[in-house]
Design a protein around this ligand. Structure first.
Ligand SMILES: *Cc1c(COP(=O)(O)O)cnc(C)c1O
Length: 437
């Protein structure tokens, strides 16, 4: 009986809002994982983004410096590594980096990867069908008035806790679409205001994210000229996120950081519905196989992906089923029900998960800002729970031992995946800096 999951010790801890460290028992050597998606799918997404580069530069001049590539820096954060040792006694062996998706162009969060990719893919399909574009054309022509006029007949809709809405909303509006974003109760006011300033229609819901998605999907399905970006099931979003991995490989090579049998890579990514961390993880496993160890981090009140994986029920279970509210200060992670598609793909790939209480989001944010002078939104700061707990908790110490990594840890690389923050307005930053739970 699947209901038995409630009796598992980890499920009991989750329902008691305890912080847990979970090692995925279904994780297998990469060669033995059989997936329906492959490197070729990532390459297809990469090539599509390359075809769109001239158009991206036209619509978003801030991407010109990078030739229309939407990519973030990989930054060593030695002062944070030192600060974590001082604050928590976290002696992190090897080198700690930050992947600054918090500063991605256009959307200021990891959603600039998947969200914009899916909108572009849809745009390409519409333009091909209408004969506005051929694959060999310069895609910059799609920014011309007659193309914008064409796109304005179509609607893009999405359900969001905030950042996906910003990504889809800002990018779709710039292309010329009509956009409707269905925002859950967790969404912050400033995100709604910013979208409205871009001409996006924002519908607000009293209910949580799953309800906003459901209603958005229903309304979009009723309109033949409307396209719904389905965060809970979208393979396109997932592939847009997965593109990150090969670019990261190049960034590590440029810094002469090795990832191989003797040099393990640990990556810690905040998780909501699972698409962003799942896509990035899928890409990294394709690139590095067993040399990369991927961990997700979720809030104690919204461990949707963890509950789905622990129970094996994926999107047939939600955090409310074990008595949690799903309410968290990590608005980007405020998801009660995980993506079923992503959870299944992650089963053989994910190393494990950490959950953390909300108060740490603000504390890590302040420590990080002090140490490195970089602002991150609270959701993104969840990533730091990974390096802090890796050697402090027995579960992960056992994982290191069982994977033969003990004597390699001094040569390890750790990446905290900073998923958002650069668009947060100054007054909200001040509010965050002064929030103590
Ligand atoms: C959306 C988001 C995540 C997680 O992405 P999912 O695809 O929902 O798992 C993490 N951090 C921030 C800041 C986000 O906006």
């Amino acid at each position: 009986m699947k209901e038995d999951y409630r009796k598992l010790p980890v499920a009991e801890k989750l329902s008691n809002e305890e912080e847990v460290v979970w090692i995925n028992p279904k994780h297998v050597p990469f060669a033995k994982s059989s997936l329906d998606i492959h490197m070729a799918d990532i390459e297809d997404a990469e090539m599509r983004l390359a075809r769109f580069a001239s158009f991206i530069m036209k619509c978003f001049p801030e991407t010109c410096a990078d030739n229309g590539l939407i990519e973030s820096a990989l930054t060593p954060i030695p002062k944070m590594q030192e600060a974590l040792k001082e604050a928590y006694g976290a002696d992190i062996p090897g080198q700690l980096f930050l992947k600054q998706d918090s500063h991605l162009a256009i959307a200021g969060s990891v959603k600039a990867r998947g969200g914009i990719y899916e909108v572009l893919k849809h745009t390409e399909e519409l333009a091909f069908e209408a004969g506005l574009l051929r694959p060999e054309d310069d895609y910059a022509r799609l920014a011309e008035p007659e193309c914008r006029e064409f796109f304005s007949q179509y609607t893009i809709q999405v359900g969001s806790t905030g950042n996906l809405g910003l990504s889809i909303g800002i990018s779709s509006a710039a292309i010329g679409y009509k956009v409707i974003v269905h925002m859950s109760a967790d969404a912050r006011q400033w995100k709604k205001d910013m979208l409205r300033a871009h001409g996006v229609i924002v519908k607000e819901y009293e209910s949580d994210y799953s309800e906003a998605v459901k209603e958005g999907r229903r309304l979009s399905d009723a309109d033949p000229k409307s396209y719904f970006v389905d965060d809970e099931n979208s393979v396109n979003l997932f592939m847009g996120y997965a593109v990150a991995a090969r670019r990261l490989k190049k960034q590590l090579e440029d810094r002469e950081v090795m990832v191989d049998e003797e040099h393990p890579l640990f990556v810690y990514i905040p998780c909501g519905v699972g698409g962003a961390p799942g896509g990035v993880t899928f890409g990294m496993k394709e690139v590095w196989g067993d040399y990369v160890h991927c961990f997700f981090v979720e809030p104690v009140q919204a461990p949707a992906m963890l509950l789905g994986m622990v129970s094996g029920l994926h999107n047939d279970v939600c955090v409310q089923d074990i008595g949690l509210t799903g309410l968290t200060h990590a608005d980007g992670l405020a998801v009660g029900r995980p993506s079923g598609f992503v959870g299944k793909v992650m089963e053989p790939l994910l190393s494990g998960e950490f959950t953390l209480a909300d108060k740490w989001l603000y504390e890590y944010m302040r420590i990080f800002l002090d140490a490195e002078g970089i602002f991150l939104e609270p959701s993104a700061c969840a990533a730091f729970a990974g390096p802090i707990k890796l050697l402090a908790r027995e579960e992960t110490r056992t994982y290191i031992k069982e994977n033969g990594l003990e004597d390699k840890m001094d040569r390890a690389t750790h990446i905290a995946w900073a998923t958002g923050g650069s668009l947060v307005p100054d007054d909200i930053r001040e509010e965050y800096k002064n929030t103590y739970l």
